[in-house]
Write a protein that binds this ligand. Structure first.
Ligand SMILES: [Zn+2]
Length: 134
């Protein structure tokens, strides 16, 4: 007898297949939400504060990598940061990434590619992915 890993009810009918862990769609969804939340724990901050924090975290990472980092002075700028590499100014856009429950997968909001040269995707666990790699 197989038991649902969410509600602990016996799995019946079409859900009984060997690889099933849930009694139905509702528990399957609940589980995915739980995994998603554990991978992307909410920070209890406003969106603006999260954006600011992530910009600062990316700034620190870029400084550690040896870059001089420039920051947009006015709000609503085309990109958040800029760095100089090989005497060239590189526009940096910082965005928040989120992990998907499927291992290794993530997503992030779309940004206008004409307005940045380097995209820094920062996750709630502090991991940063640069596109392209630097
Ligand atoms: Zn269940």
């Amino acid at each position: 007898m197989k038991v649902c890993i969410v509600c602990e009810k016996t799995i019946e009918g079409k859900w009984i297949r060997a690889d099933r862990k849930f009694c139905g769609e509702i528990c399957s969804k609940k589980y995915k939400q739980k995994v998603y939340r554990s991978l992307n724990p909410p920070l209890n901050l406003t969106t603006g504060m999260v954006g600011c924090l992530h910009e600062l975290e990316v700034t620190c990472d870029l400084i550690k990598r040896g870059f001089h980092v420039y920051r947009a002075v006015s709000g609503n700028s085309d990109c958040n940061l800029a760095i100089v590499k090989d005497n060239k100014l590189i526009r940096v856009e910082v965005t928040t990434g989120r992990y998907e429950p499927k291992e290794g997968k993530y997503f992030y909001p779309h940004h206008d590619e004409s307005k940045y040269d380097l995209l820094a995707i920062i996750f709630y666990d502090g991991k940063i992915i640069y596109k392209p790699e630097i």
